[in-house]
Design a protein around this ligand. Sequence first.
Ligand code: ADP
Ligand code: MG
Length: 475
Amino acid sequence: MSQTPSVVWNKCLSFIKDNIQPQAYKTWFEPIIPVKLTGNVLSIQVPSKFFYEWLEEHYVKILRLALTKELGSKAKLVYIIKMENTFGNKMPFTEKIPSSSSSTIKSQSIDSPFSSFASELKNPFVIPGIRNLQIESQLNPNYTFENFLEGDSNRLGRSAGIAVSNKPGGTSFNPLLIYGGVGLGKTHLAHAIGVDVKQKYPDRTVLYISAEKFTQQYVDSVKKNTRNDFIHFYQIIDVLIVDDVQFLSGKSGTQDVFFHIFNHLHQNGKQVVLTSDKAPIDMQDIEQRLLSRFKWGLSAELQSPNYETRFSILKNKLYRDGVEIQDEVIEFVAKNINSNIRELEGAIISLIAQSSFNKAEITVELAKEVINKFVKNNRREVSIDYIQKVVSDYFQMDIQTLQSKTRKRHIVQARQIAMYFAKKFTKASLASIGTQIGRRDHATVLHACKTVDNLSFTDKQFRKYVEDLNQKLSN
Ligand code: ADP
Ligand code: MG
């Protein structure tokens, strides 16, 4: 037989080409490489798993027609997914792992020709050398709805989360955006949705990722020239949970890629869950088109819990940890720590630690001592707005003046000091500090931080300003 894979495939192609749109042909068929022909089995190499899925979903009929024309009614098609050598060689290699699960994938579709699905997809989570066929969800099993206590402060978010996990992609809460200040339970709730979906729908692909890690992966993929694989990887997720999307501020490349992934998932009825420390309206340096999508579904705020909720969260936590403390003490802690739940938990943990180190009973007295220390040592996170307010009050100017374009020395200095403290006391990037303090760029902020460092060293009066303000902002 003189049949070769290319000859057979080229005949199939000319048939396919006549029957579909030129653009579709270019996109989905030109990149395919015929690799092997064994009897009536043709193996073709496709660039990614996404590609394979797309072909199976949209072109399975035409592929079968073309192939049976060439190879007869017993024709079979095997997909091979191109992979990189995970051991660092530049040469790509292909690999075929006949997958037992393929029969189940295929059996659902009567039209489906044949194909046994081979190999795996390139996945940014794969540790070099280890291959995992399934996508690890990266979920924390301890964060469940069950131990996410309900209160007035979180009722909307919690109920929406439950609705979403009952019917991922099937409610109008898409995306579900959970927002609120630090330590109020955004991450916990986001995981709980994922954990619950996995339990109810084990075969859905769920992925939890922080926006920061997403950004790193994206930057890596650009460096390694695997941007498309990165996108394809994210496009096959059924429930994508992105934590702390405010981190995308000012990162236009990552925002752009996220925009495309978001659109793809949304259009295909997949669920997106987002968290942020701000309401969409207050997010800075996020492209308008992305912001408007964040608002498509439901934005649910997590607020600071009231006393009753704080009390029951503590009580529940102690119960789960098997620790017994008098209600009186729990009441005291719940009354005195009202900023957020992370601090609440932190205080109770210090209290337990103190009592066991010193073999002291946990009393209200001890709680008082610990909490006094705890609250003092635990600086509240300040916002850039607050810093600008404190600095401009200190120099007796208003915020507009502080942000203005003037070159007047004392105003420039005040602005630089505000930038310096924004860098010191917040996690904001230089770029985002710059935009928030008078629309400057990151280089200006960097310069400001250095100038303040230098001047505090050489100029006594200046040092006094910085020390005073440091004191004010630390309280
Ligand atoms: P955020 O992501 O908003 O900063 P986290 O989700 O990390 O906050 O929550 C901080 C801590 O508070 C976690 O240990 C979490 O389990 C706990 N927590 C938050 N909300 C609740 C709640 N409603 N019930 C029980 N624990 C909670
Ligand atoms: Mg969080």
